[in-house]
Write a protein that binds this ligand. Structure first.
Ligand SMILES: NC(=O)c1ccc[n+]([C@@H]2O[C@H](COP(=O)([O-])OP(=O)(O)OC[C@H]3O[C@@H](n4cnc5c(N)ncnc54)[C@H](O)[C@@H]3O)[C@@H](O)[C@H]2O)c1
Length: 355
């Protein structure tokens, strides 16, 4: 098959993990006779430095025309001024919105060899295998009005948490379709005891659930969910939730996997075009040192092969290679190992070349 992939390495460790993952992607494509065309663009702080905006029109249009977009990470202390009118994450938010990728899938599995890397007790981590589906283009991060103003009572700020029923329906439906291929359990997470938007969310989730009698649906308040993620993480199969709740819960869930560097994500909409990125940020504290863990980015490439290019075998090949490498305790520094980013990619490549 032939496909166009847009690469947005971004800032900090973004380019380091991207280069590791793209080496693996190129090798798998070559092995299996696929023709991939790569185009690289700036996003985030590096784009602000060069063009004055976090994502150019040209880069955005190229992403829209591609079959899939791979993204590293954006941001860093250089662009952290909260009062600045141009900020790195604007590029990311604009990209998600413009591509219409309303569902962010974040699988969380605990590799048996990494049980020691998590602060949780080993028995709590047994059997952890969940996907968090985070709504990505609505909710608190996009609602209007959003403003800051001086008033006679003092300075005030407003953010808005807004959802239309159709926005909830499409993301919950995707969660049910996923659950139908897994352990057939959906947990819809909200704050329905306080928020009107959550009461709508819950009603719509209930309605969607009726279309999937083979999948069980439970509703859970976000505060309870944050506790249960730590006390009984293996009880979850598919979690679906609002944008900010999902943002927070998935960072919490990353602790289960042993490191932020382990987790991939896929952002999907109604077409095959998807946006694939690790869940971590630009990690300025370790950038430029060749020590970042590239596994989250490599597994994001596997998700891209599965969801956008429909190459399930190739996706599994990469996932198995990563599994095998971790089983043999070949790890980067965040997991107590001594491999560099490049060496981690080398050992994954070596495993793939032998299969
Ligand atoms: N999607 C994104 O691009 C994204 C997401 C989150 C944060 N950010 C931005 O990244 C910058 C840093 O944010 P942060 O420090 O809160 O979060 P972060 O995810 O960049 O880092 C948190 C901690 O995890 C470690 N870490 C992260 N990824 C790692 C990897 N692959 N290997 C080894 N260790 C890893 C870092 O060294 C750091 O100690 C900020 O500017 C923030 O706005 C971007």
């Amino acid at each position: 098959m032939e496909a166009r992939i847009a690469l947005l390495p971004g800032d900090g460790i973004g380019p380091e993990v991207m280069s590791a993952a793209v080496r693996i992607l190129k090798m798998v494509a070559e092995h299996r006779g696929h023709k991939l065309h790569f185009e690289e663009y700036l996003i985030g702080g590096c784009s602000i430095d060069t063009f004055g905006v976090a994502l150019t029109e040209e880069a955005l249009n190229a992403c829209k025309k591609a079959d899939a977009v791979l993204l590293g990470a954006v941001g860093g202390p250089k662009w952290d001024n909260p009062a600045a009118s141009v900020r790195p994450e604007q590029g990311l938010l604009m990209l998600r919105k413009e591509l219409g990728v309303y569902a962010n899938l974040r699988p969380v599995r605990v590799h048996p060899a990494l049980v020691h890397a998590s602060p949780l007790k080993p028995q709590q981590l047994q059997g952890v295998d969940m996907i968090v589906v985070r709504e990505l283009t609505g909710g608190l991060y996009f609602g209007k009005p959003r403003l800051r103003e001086k008033t006679p009572q003092g300075e005030r700020a407003i953010d808005t948490l807004e959802y239309y029923d159709f926005e909830v329906e499409r993301v919950v439906d995707l969660a049910f379709r996923l659950a139908a291929t897994r352990r057939k359990m959906v947990t819809s997470v909200d704050k329905a005891n306080v928020l009107e938007s959550s009461r709508l969310w819950r009603q719509v989730a209930q309605r969607v659930g009726e279309r999937y009698p083979q999948v069980s649906l439970s509703h859970m308040l976000v505060d309870t969910a944050s506790m249960r993620l730590i006390s009984s993480p293996a009880s979850f199969d598919v979690i679906v939730t609002e944008n900010m709740f999902g943002d927070i819960l998935t960072d919490e869930a990353s602790v289960l996997a042993g490191s932020m560097g382990m987790l991939p994500s896929a952002s999907l909409g109604n077409s095959n075009l998807g946006l694939y990125e690790p869940i971590h940020g630009s990690a300025p504290d370790i950038a430029g040192k060749d020590i970042a863990n590239p596994v989250g980015m490599i597994l994001s490439v596997a998700m891209m092969l599965r969801y956008s290019l429909k190459l399930e075998e190739e996706a599994s090949l990469i996932e198995k290679a990563v599994d095998q490498v971790i089983s043999s305790q070949q790890l980067t520094a965040d997991l107590g190992g001594s491999l560099t980013t490049r060496q981690m990619a080398d050992v994954v490549l070596e495993y793939i070349s032998k299969t």
